[in-house]
Structure formats: structure tokens, C-alpha cells
Design a protein around this ligand. Structure first.
Ligand SMILES: Cc1cc2nc3c(=O)[nH]c(=O)nc-3n(C[C@H](O)[C@H](O)[C@H](O)COP(=O)(O)OP(=O)(O)OC[C@H]3O[C@@H](n4cnc5c(N)ncnc54)[C@H](O)[C@@H]3O)c2cc1C
Length: 273
């Protein structure tokens, strides 16, 4: 700051990896930084699947953004949902009517699930991006086993113990492995009427291989490893319909009480502001 003049104001929307990396890069710069996030925590998304499948608790993968920047006096934290940007006026607009002026703006709002024109599938096949998604998924997975324990109709019980994961990118592959381990290891011997280890975990992928963005040898390795764990990997069959308890792909209709979406992401709405 010179002669009491206001320092350059940098506003960063999003306290994820991108936002935190920007804060780190700006260390030592003659600026005041405000990071705005609609959640009070930074989330380590790569471990969300472990929260969803009970091997980690939410507090092990999330830290208050405020705490992460407490040693940086030039960084202020605002909890708020950004709904727009006034480029001419140089301020961001918050859902609660608040405004934050900026000289420079960094948008690091991440991505969200993409259902490729089938947003109506989302309630039946939720994805995994936030802590809320992970805890809801965990509840859904565990309740399926509980319901199966009390179900006497064999077809309904089979559907309750069938877990369909759509999309065999990194998230789908990790989830499939973790769900089968939940069934075969974590829950083994914990029920009396059902055998959780008999649960089916089916990984459905439209493309010809799992982990399509990786080397082909790694795709082959991952598929073999999943199959050894007991996951059924169905490749080259696009999903054409999803309902509350069915997934249609190729020429078959799979009855599955739990359906998980891991098939695609889309830039956050900020891209259109
Ligand atoms: C299940 C899963 C597993 C993954 N595994 C891996 C892995 O193994 N390796 C790897 O490299 N990558 C992995 N990724 C990808 C990686 O996590 C992302 O690339 C990374 O989180 C992106 O960082 P980001 O800062 O761009 O966005 P995000 O981490 O999504 O952060 C965006 C932030 O912006 C905030 N925000 C969004 N919109 C608004 C708004 N309107 N107002 C205020 N705040 C807003 C959000 O609350 C969030 O805190 C995984 C992702 C997922 C979902």
C-alpha cells in the first residue's frame, strides 16, 4: 500500500484446489485477497468415494477454508453463494444480495455432474461431488443392505443387493471397487438373513474400456483387478434409460435399487456469467 491508497483487490470465487492454488501463488504479492465459497470448507474430492463407502468420515477430507488461510492476514474469507458478476461495475453478486468489489477476479468454481440431456435421471442416479453427495450415497448404500435384510421377496431382495455404477472413469472405477469391498469385507457376517458378499456391483461403460483417458495397459489392469474383486464390468453399452430401480443399457434392463452416476462432468454455471 502506498500513501494510504487502497491495495489491489483480488477476489477468488471457490476455495477448492484451484482457489487455494491461486492464493498460494499470490503469496507475497501486494494485494488484498478475498476468497468466497458457498461452503465453509475446502474439500479433498479424490477421497469422497471413501466417505461414501464408510472408510473415512467427512471431517477427514474437509477443512475450514478460514483455518487454511489463517496465517495469511491479507486473505479474507467470505461464506456466500455467488450468483453473478457485474463486469462493468467490477463486483460479484451474492445470493443474499451482497456485493463484493474487485480489481482482479479469479473464477475457480469447479465442475458439476453432466447427465447429457437427461437431468431427470439425477434423482435416481446421484453423482459424487460434495460432502452432502457422499453422505447421502453412504446412507443409500447402507439402507439398501438393511432393507434387503428384511425383504422376503427374492426378486426385490436381489434388486436391493444390486448396485449399478454408470461410467468407468476414475470415479466409477474407485466407487465400484469400494462398494464391492464394503459388501464383501466391511459388512461380512454383520447380517443374519442376507449375505452382503453376494451383492452384485455392476460397472456400466459406454466406451470400449475402463479409464479411457489412461494408457490401455492400465485400463486392462484396472478391469482385471475389479473383476478379481467381484465387480461385473459391462463395456461398450450406453445407458439409455434410468428409473428409480432400473437401468437400461444395451438390450437389457437391470433391476438395481442403488444406481450411481459417474459418467460425466460439466463446467460450473459460472462459465456463463
Ligand atoms: C469423486 C472424485 C474423485 C476425484 N479423484 C481425483 C484424483 O484421484 N486425482 C485428481 O487429480 N483429481 C481427482 N478428482 C478431480 C479433482 O478433485 C478436481 O479436478 C478438483 O477438485 C477441481 O478443483 P477446482 O478448484 O477446480 O474445483 P472444486 O474442487 O470443485 O472447487 C470449487 C469450489 O467452488 C465453490 N463454488 C462453486 N460454485 C460457487 C458459487 N457459485 N459461489 C461460491 N462458491 C462456489 C465450491 O463450493 C467449491 O468449494 C476427483 C473428483 C471427484 C469428484
Amino acid at each position: 500500500m502506498t500513501n494510504g491508497a487502497q491495495r489491489h483487490r483480488v477476489v477468488i470465487i471457490g476455495g477448492g484446489f484451484g482457489g487455494l492454488a491461486a492464493i498460494e501463488k499470490l503469496k507475497g504479492a501486494d494485494v488484498d485477497i478475498t476468497v468466497i465459497d458457498r461452503r465453509n470448507h475446502h474439500l479433498f474430492q479424490p477421497l469422497l468415494y471413501q466417505v461414501a463407502t464408510t472408510s473415512l468420515s467427512p471431517s477427514e477430507i474437509a477443512w475450514p477454508i478460514r483455518m487454511l488461510v489463517k496465517h495469511r492476514p491479507e486473505v479474507a474469507t467470505v461464506l456466500g453463494n455467488v450468483t453473478g458478476i457485474d463486469k462493468a461495475g467490477q463486483f460479484v453478486e451474492l445470493e443474499d444480495g451482497g456485493r463484493l468489489p474487485f480489481d482482479s477476479l479469479i473464477i475457480a468454481t469447479g465442475a458439476r455432474h453432466a447427465y447429457f440431456g437427461h437431468d431427470d435421471w439425477e434423482p435416481f442416479a446421484p453423482g459424487l461431488k460434495t460432502l452432502e453427495d457422499a453422505t447421502a450415497m453412504r446412507r443409500r448404500l447402507l439402507l439398501a443392505f438393511e432393507a434387503a435384510e428384511r425383504e422376503t421377496d427374492p426378486d426385490k431382495r436381489r434388486a436391493l443387493l444390486t448396485f449399478a455404477i454408470i461410467g468407468a472413469g476414475p470415479t466409477g472405477v474407485e466407487l465400484a471397487g469400494a462398494v464391492i469391498e464394503l459388501a464383501r469385507i466391511t459388512l461380512k457376517n454383520e447380517f443374519r438373513s442376507i449375505h452382503p458378499e453376494e451383492a452384485r456391483v455392476i460397472l456400466i461403460e459406454a466406451g470400449p474400456r475402463v479409464l479411457a483417458n489412461f494408457r490401455e495397459s492400465l485400463s486392462t489392469y484396472a478391469k482385471t483387478a475389479l473383476e478379481r474383486l467381484g465387480v461385473e464390468v459391462h463395456l461398450g453399452q450406453a445407458v439409455t434409460d434410468v428409473t428409480a430401480d432400473t437401468v437400461t443399457y444395451g438390450d437389457q434392463v437391470l433391476h438395481a435399487h442403488t444406481i450411481i452416476w459417474a459418467a460425466g462432468v460439466l463446467a460450473s454455471p459460472a462459465a456463463k456469467w
